[in-house]
Ligand binder design. Sequence first.
Ligand code: ZN
Length: 466
Amino acid sequence: MDKSQEKEEKSQDQQQKSAIDRLNQAAQKARQGKTAIETAKKGAKLAKKASKKLAGRAATALGRQTVATIGAAIVSTAPAWGPPVLFALAIGGLFLVVIIIIIVLFSGATPPPTCKTISADPTTISNNLGANLSVSECSENITYSWALPQIGGVFSASQSASTLYTPPQVNSSQKISIAISICSISAPSNCSQYQTPELTVVAQKLYSCNGYCTIASSCPSSDITGQGTCPTSPSMICCKKDNKKPGPVPSCSEIDQRLRQDYRIRTQSGTPPISYWGPSTAENISCATKQGLWKIFSILTKSWSFENRLLSTSATIQFFYDSSDPTHGYGLTAWAYRMQLHNATYRINNNLSLAGAWITHETGHWLQKRDGSLEARFPDLSRLNRLDSGCYEPGSGSYWLKTYSLRGGNISPIRESMAEAISLYVYNEKYNIINGRLVSIVNFKIKCPNTYKWVRDNIFRGYEYN
Ligand SMILES: [Zn+2]
C-alpha cells in the first residue's frame, strides 16, 4: 500500500463517516417518526454494504484506486438527506423484488397437469369415418385444446376431453398424429402436451355413375348402364332407373348380411356410455326389429339417388333402451356413419310407419353429414315460411318446419327442418303435439309445395311417393 493510496482510503472513510453522520443529523432534524429514521438508517447501511460489495467484486478487474473512487463517489457525492435515502430505498426495493421473484419461482412451481391415457378409435379413418379421440385420468381443473393436424379436418368439440375428429378428403393415404394441450385453469401457461397414437387417413374413393350404384341382383339387365364406377365391396353395378321393387323381406338367417349388403348398415346394441343422451342401456335387437329396419330402408332406396347417397358410406345403427321413457323414440345422428336410436325396438314393432318417419328423419342427417352442399343449398327458412305458409313456425331466431319439436339451443333449424322435410316427403304426414299445441302437417305435398319440390329435386331426384 503506498502513501497516496492510504490517504485516498482514509479520506474515503472520512467521507463515508461524514455522509452517514449528515444522514443521521438530517434524519433527526426531519423528525419524521421512528420508522422513517430507521428506514433511512437501514437504507444507509444497505448502501454502505452495497458500496463495499461493489468494491470487492470489482477489485479483481479494476485498479484499487479506481474502485475506491467509485465507492467514495457513491456515498460522498450524494448531497445530504433526499437522494441518498431514495437511493438506499431503491437498493432495498431491489432486494425485495429479488426475494419476491425467488419466492414466486419456488412456491409457484406447481408440476404441470397430467393425463394417464390418450386414445384414438378407430385408428384407420377417412372423411366418412372419423376417430373418437380422448384423454383420460387427467389432473383436475384443467382446460383441453385439441390442435388440428396439418392436413386439416374438423373436431366435434375441440375444447373437451373427448372429441370426434373427421379428416378431410385426401388423395393418398397419410399417417398423422393429433396433439392436445392440457393447461391448468389457475395457471393457464402451465401446460402439458400429448399426442394420440398414429392414425392412418385413407384416401376415399368417389363413386359415380349415370344412374345409381346397386347390387347386381336388384337391377334389371335392361337397366344396366355399364358406365361409371361403383364400389366393389359390396359388388355393385351402375343401374339407370329407380328400383321400385324391393323384393321380399330377408329371413332371420340372412337379415344381418342383407342389411349390410343392400344398405351398408349394421346394427349394434349400444354400449353405454357411448350414448350421448341418457339415461340409457343397451337394447337387444330382435330379428323382427332388423326386418322392420330393412323395410324402412327399402322404401327410401326406391329412389336411386337416395340409394346412392345411402350406399356412399357404411354405417352403424346403435340401439339403446331408455327405461325412464320407454315408448318415446328419440335419436342422435351427429355423424355420417353412425346413428343412435333410443327405444327403436318398441317403436319399430309397435308402428312401423311412425318408426319409419322417425328413422327417415335421422337418415336425413346422415345425408347432410355426407354432403355438406345440401345444407348450403337448402332454401332460406324465412323465405320458405312465406312461400309455404302454415308449414313453418318461428322459434329461437329462425323458422322451423313446425312438426319438429326440439327448437333452440345449438340445434340447427336448417338441418332439422331439412331432415323433417325428407321424412314428410316420404310419409306425407306427421301428427305432433308440442306443449299441448297441435303442430301436425297432413298432406305435405299439397300443403308445403315449395319445400316438397326442393326435397324431390335434391334428395330423391324426381322419385315421388305421393
Ligand atoms: Zn334431427
